[in-house]
Ligand binder design. Structure first.
Ligand SMILES: Nc1ncnc2c1ncn2[C@@H]1O[C@H](COP(=O)(O)OP(=O)(O)O)[C@@H](O)[C@H]1O
Ligand SMILES: [Mg+2]
Length: 238
Protein backbone atom coordinates (compact mmCIF):
# COMPACT_ATOMS: atom_id res chain seq x y z
CA UNK A 1 0.00 0.00 0.00
CA UNK A 2 1.22 3.49 -0.82
CA UNK A 3 0.75 6.87 0.90
CA UNK A 4 0.26 8.69 -2.38
CA UNK A 5 -1.62 6.49 -4.78
CA UNK A 6 -2.56 8.86 -7.59
CA UNK A 7 -1.18 12.07 -9.02
CA UNK A 8 -3.26 14.12 -11.38
CA UNK A 9 -3.30 17.51 -12.97
CA UNK A 10 -6.42 19.34 -14.05
CA UNK A 11 -6.47 21.49 -17.14
CA UNK A 12 -4.53 24.67 -16.42
CA UNK A 13 -5.22 28.03 -18.08
CA UNK A 14 -1.68 29.29 -18.44
CA UNK A 15 -0.14 26.67 -20.71
CA UNK A 16 2.24 28.93 -22.63
CA UNK A 17 5.11 28.90 -20.19
CA UNK A 18 7.40 26.40 -18.48
CA UNK A 19 6.53 23.93 -17.02
CA UNK A 20 3.13 23.65 -18.69
CA UNK A 21 4.67 23.60 -22.16
CA UNK A 22 6.53 20.36 -21.41
CA UNK A 23 5.00 17.34 -23.22
CA UNK A 24 5.16 15.30 -20.00
CA UNK A 25 3.01 17.87 -18.20
CA UNK A 26 0.49 17.89 -21.05
CA UNK A 27 0.39 14.08 -20.85
CA UNK A 28 -0.26 14.23 -17.11
CA UNK A 29 -3.39 16.31 -17.78
CA UNK A 30 -4.68 13.47 -19.97
CA UNK A 31 -3.49 10.54 -17.86
CA UNK A 32 -3.16 10.59 -14.07
CA UNK A 33 -0.25 8.63 -12.60
CA UNK A 34 -1.15 5.60 -10.55
CA UNK A 35 1.38 4.76 -7.86
CA UNK A 36 0.53 1.16 -7.13
CA UNK A 37 3.82 -0.10 -5.78
CA UNK A 38 6.01 1.14 -2.91
CA UNK A 39 8.67 2.33 -5.36
CA UNK A 40 7.95 4.45 -8.43
CA UNK A 41 10.89 5.20 -10.70
CA UNK A 42 10.83 7.99 -13.25
CA UNK A 43 13.37 7.50 -15.96
CA UNK A 44 13.96 9.11 -19.34
CA UNK A 45 16.47 11.19 -21.22
CA UNK A 46 18.01 14.46 -20.02
CA UNK A 47 15.50 17.25 -20.37
CA UNK A 48 12.46 14.94 -20.38
CA UNK A 49 11.05 16.65 -17.29
CA UNK A 50 11.90 14.21 -14.48
CA UNK A 51 13.26 16.82 -12.10
CA UNK A 52 10.38 19.18 -12.85
CA UNK A 53 7.90 16.43 -12.03
CA UNK A 54 9.69 15.03 -8.99
CA UNK A 55 10.10 18.50 -7.49
CA UNK A 56 6.44 19.32 -8.11
CA UNK A 57 5.40 16.06 -6.42
CA UNK A 58 7.64 16.93 -3.43
CA UNK A 59 6.20 20.45 -3.16
CA UNK A 60 2.63 19.14 -3.47
CA UNK A 61 3.43 16.63 -0.70
CA UNK A 62 4.51 19.49 1.57
CA UNK A 63 8.30 19.34 1.25
CA UNK A 64 10.59 22.33 0.86
CA UNK A 65 11.35 22.77 -2.87
CA UNK A 66 15.11 22.60 -2.24
CA UNK A 67 14.95 19.46 -0.17
CA UNK A 68 14.89 18.21 3.37
CA UNK A 69 12.12 17.06 5.66
CA UNK A 70 8.64 18.55 5.74
CA UNK A 71 9.85 21.01 8.40
CA UNK A 72 12.70 22.47 6.31
CA UNK A 73 11.73 25.92 5.09
CA UNK A 74 14.99 27.41 3.82
CA UNK A 75 15.40 28.66 0.28
CA UNK A 76 18.60 29.77 -1.42
CA UNK A 77 16.92 30.58 -4.70
CA UNK A 78 13.47 30.17 -6.13
CA UNK A 79 13.86 27.95 -9.17
CA UNK A 80 10.93 25.67 -8.50
CA UNK A 81 8.22 25.68 -11.09
CA UNK A 82 4.64 26.35 -10.01
CA UNK A 83 3.59 22.86 -11.09
CA UNK A 84 3.50 21.73 -7.46
CA UNK A 85 0.63 24.14 -6.76
CA UNK A 86 -1.47 22.43 -9.43
CA UNK A 87 -0.81 18.76 -8.80
CA UNK A 88 -3.56 16.91 -6.99
CA UNK A 89 -2.26 14.06 -4.85
CA UNK A 90 -4.60 11.30 -3.68
CA UNK A 91 -3.53 10.13 -0.24
CA UNK A 92 -4.45 6.81 1.33
CA UNK A 93 -5.75 6.61 4.90
CA UNK A 94 -2.26 5.79 6.18
CA UNK A 95 -0.09 8.92 6.65
CA UNK A 96 3.73 8.90 6.46
CA UNK A 97 5.48 9.13 9.82
CA UNK A 98 8.52 10.80 8.31
CA UNK A 99 9.97 11.75 4.94
CA UNK A 100 12.67 13.44 2.93
CA UNK A 101 13.03 15.15 -0.42
CA UNK A 102 16.44 15.12 -1.98
CA UNK A 103 17.65 16.82 -5.12
CA UNK A 104 21.17 15.98 -6.19
CA UNK A 105 21.84 19.63 -7.03
CA UNK A 106 20.93 21.04 -3.64
CA UNK A 107 22.22 18.38 -1.27
CA UNK A 108 24.90 20.89 -0.26
CA UNK A 109 22.22 23.36 0.86
CA UNK A 110 20.41 20.64 2.80
CA UNK A 111 23.67 19.81 4.62
CA UNK A 112 24.15 23.50 5.43
CA UNK A 113 20.62 23.73 6.80
CA UNK A 114 21.20 20.66 8.97
CA UNK A 115 24.33 22.41 10.33
CA UNK A 116 22.40 25.64 10.89
CA UNK A 117 19.56 23.91 12.77
CA UNK A 118 22.21 22.68 15.18
CA UNK A 119 24.55 19.96 16.35
CA UNK A 120 21.73 18.32 18.32
CA UNK A 121 20.24 16.69 15.27
CA UNK A 122 23.54 15.47 13.84
CA UNK A 123 22.97 12.19 15.65
CA UNK A 124 20.19 11.39 13.22
CA UNK A 125 22.54 12.08 10.32
CA UNK A 126 25.35 9.76 11.43
CA UNK A 127 26.97 11.81 14.21
CA UNK A 128 28.76 14.66 12.41
CA UNK A 129 28.22 17.42 9.90
CA UNK A 130 27.29 16.16 6.46
CA UNK A 131 29.84 18.65 5.12
CA UNK A 132 32.63 16.65 6.76
CA UNK A 133 31.97 13.62 4.58
CA UNK A 134 31.92 13.02 0.86
CA UNK A 135 28.66 13.58 -0.99
CA UNK A 136 28.17 9.83 -1.37
CA UNK A 137 29.07 9.02 2.24
CA UNK A 138 26.70 11.64 3.57
CA UNK A 139 23.89 10.42 1.35
CA UNK A 140 24.33 6.85 2.62
CA UNK A 141 24.48 8.18 6.22
CA UNK A 142 21.28 10.08 5.64
CA UNK A 143 19.51 6.98 4.33
CA UNK A 144 20.89 4.78 7.09
CA UNK A 145 20.33 7.06 10.07
CA UNK A 146 17.69 9.59 9.16
CA UNK A 147 15.38 7.64 6.86
CA UNK A 148 13.06 5.31 8.73
CA UNK A 149 10.11 3.00 8.21
CA UNK A 150 6.69 4.37 7.19
CA UNK A 151 8.40 7.25 5.43
CA UNK A 152 7.77 9.04 2.15
CA UNK A 153 10.97 9.65 0.19
CA UNK A 154 11.21 11.69 -2.98
CA UNK A 155 14.67 11.51 -4.55
CA UNK A 156 16.11 13.09 -7.67
CA UNK A 157 19.04 11.13 -9.13
CA UNK A 158 20.38 9.76 -5.84
CA UNK A 159 23.04 7.90 -7.85
CA UNK A 160 24.74 11.21 -8.68
CA UNK A 161 26.79 10.89 -5.50
CA UNK A 162 27.24 7.16 -5.44
CA UNK A 163 29.80 4.60 -6.54
CA UNK A 164 28.43 1.34 -7.94
CA UNK A 165 29.00 -0.21 -4.52
CA UNK A 166 27.23 2.75 -2.96
CA UNK A 167 24.26 2.15 -5.29
CA UNK A 168 24.08 -1.45 -4.08
CA UNK A 169 24.14 -0.27 -0.45
CA UNK A 170 21.33 2.16 -1.22
CA UNK A 171 19.37 -0.56 -3.02
CA UNK A 172 19.55 -2.78 0.05
CA UNK A 173 18.55 0.07 2.40
CA UNK A 174 15.64 1.00 0.13
CA UNK A 175 14.43 -2.57 0.25
CA UNK A 176 14.57 -2.55 4.07
CA UNK A 177 12.65 0.72 4.23
CA UNK A 178 10.01 -0.62 1.84
CA UNK A 179 9.59 -3.70 4.03
CA UNK A 180 9.04 -1.27 6.90
CA UNK A 181 6.20 0.42 5.03
CA UNK A 182 7.95 3.27 3.22
CA UNK A 183 7.20 4.72 -0.22
CA UNK A 184 9.77 6.03 -2.68
CA UNK A 185 9.38 8.22 -5.76
CA UNK A 186 12.74 8.39 -7.53
CA UNK A 187 14.03 9.97 -10.72
CA UNK A 188 17.00 7.91 -11.82
CA UNK A 189 19.29 6.84 -14.67
CA UNK A 190 20.86 4.05 -12.62
CA UNK A 191 20.43 0.54 -14.07
CA UNK A 192 21.28 -0.74 -10.60
CA UNK A 193 18.67 1.23 -8.66
CA UNK A 194 16.06 0.45 -11.34
CA UNK A 195 16.44 -3.23 -10.44
CA UNK A 196 14.79 -2.71 -7.05
CA UNK A 197 11.94 -5.14 -6.39
CA UNK A 198 8.39 -3.84 -5.72
CA UNK A 199 8.87 -1.07 -8.23
CA UNK A 200 7.06 0.47 -11.16
CA UNK A 201 9.26 2.02 -13.83
CA UNK A 202 7.74 4.97 -15.66
CA UNK A 203 9.57 6.16 -18.72
CA UNK A 204 9.14 9.81 -19.61
CA UNK A 205 9.34 10.71 -23.26
CA UNK A 206 6.58 12.93 -24.62
CA UNK A 207 4.29 10.67 -22.66
CA UNK A 208 4.63 8.73 -19.41
CA UNK A 209 4.60 4.98 -19.96
CA UNK A 210 5.06 2.02 -17.68
CA UNK A 211 7.90 -0.18 -18.92
CA UNK A 212 9.69 -3.22 -17.59
CA UNK A 213 13.28 -3.40 -16.38
CA UNK A 214 14.74 -4.95 -19.52
CA UNK A 215 13.13 -2.32 -21.75
CA UNK A 216 14.39 0.67 -19.75
CA UNK A 217 16.95 2.60 -21.77
CA UNK A 218 19.62 2.88 -19.03
CA UNK A 219 19.46 -0.91 -18.68
CA UNK A 220 19.45 -1.68 -22.42
CA UNK A 221 22.27 0.73 -23.27
CA UNK A 222 24.47 -0.21 -20.33
CA UNK A 223 23.95 -3.88 -21.08
CA UNK A 224 24.81 -3.42 -24.77
CA UNK A 225 27.82 -1.34 -23.94
CA UNK A 226 29.23 -3.69 -21.32
CA UNK A 227 28.49 -6.75 -23.44
CA UNK A 228 30.82 -5.57 -26.19
CA UNK A 229 32.50 -2.26 -25.34
CA UNK A 230 34.87 -2.37 -28.33
CA UNK A 231 32.13 -2.97 -30.85
CA UNK A 232 29.89 -0.38 -29.22
CA UNK A 233 32.67 2.22 -29.24
CA UNK A 234 33.56 1.52 -32.85
CA UNK A 235 29.95 2.05 -33.83
CA UNK A 236 29.69 5.19 -31.68
CA UNK A 237 32.93 6.83 -32.79
CA UNK A 238 33.04 5.92 -36.49
N1 LIG B 1 13.27 26.98 -14.44
C1 LIG B 1 13.10 26.62 -15.70
N2 LIG B 1 12.63 27.51 -16.61
C2 LIG B 1 12.42 27.15 -17.89
N3 LIG B 1 12.66 25.91 -18.37
C3 LIG B 1 13.14 24.99 -17.54
C4 LIG B 1 13.38 25.30 -16.16
N4 LIG B 1 13.83 24.17 -15.55
C5 LIG B 1 13.88 23.23 -16.52
N5 LIG B 1 13.47 23.71 -17.70
C6 LIG B 1 13.38 22.96 -18.96
O1 LIG B 1 12.45 21.91 -18.81
C7 LIG B 1 12.93 20.72 -19.41
C8 LIG B 1 12.90 19.58 -18.40
O2 LIG B 1 13.88 19.83 -17.39
P1 LIG B 1 14.12 18.82 -16.21
O3 LIG B 1 12.83 18.57 -15.52
O4 LIG B 1 15.24 19.36 -15.39
O5 LIG B 1 14.57 17.51 -17.01
P2 LIG B 1 15.25 16.15 -16.49
O6 LIG B 1 15.30 16.17 -15.01
O7 LIG B 1 14.37 15.05 -17.04
O8 LIG B 1 16.60 16.09 -17.13
C9 LIG B 1 14.31 21.04 -19.95
O9 LIG B 1 14.24 21.18 -21.34
C10 LIG B 1 14.70 22.31 -19.28
O10 LIG B 1 15.49 23.11 -20.12
MG1 LIG C 1 16.87 16.07 -13.67
Amino acid sequence: MTFIHRIRLDQVDDTHRYPFTLPVVQDLIRHPLELKRPITFLTGDNGAGKSTLVEAIAVAAGFNAEGGTQSFRFATKATESSLGDYLILSWGTRKPRTGFFLRAESFYNVATEIDRIGEGIHASYGGKSLHERSHGESFIDLMTHRFGGKGLYVLDEPEAALSVKGCLTVLRRMHELVEEGSQFIIATHSPILLAAPNATILEITDTIDEIDYDTAEPVRLTRNFLGEPDRFLKHLLD
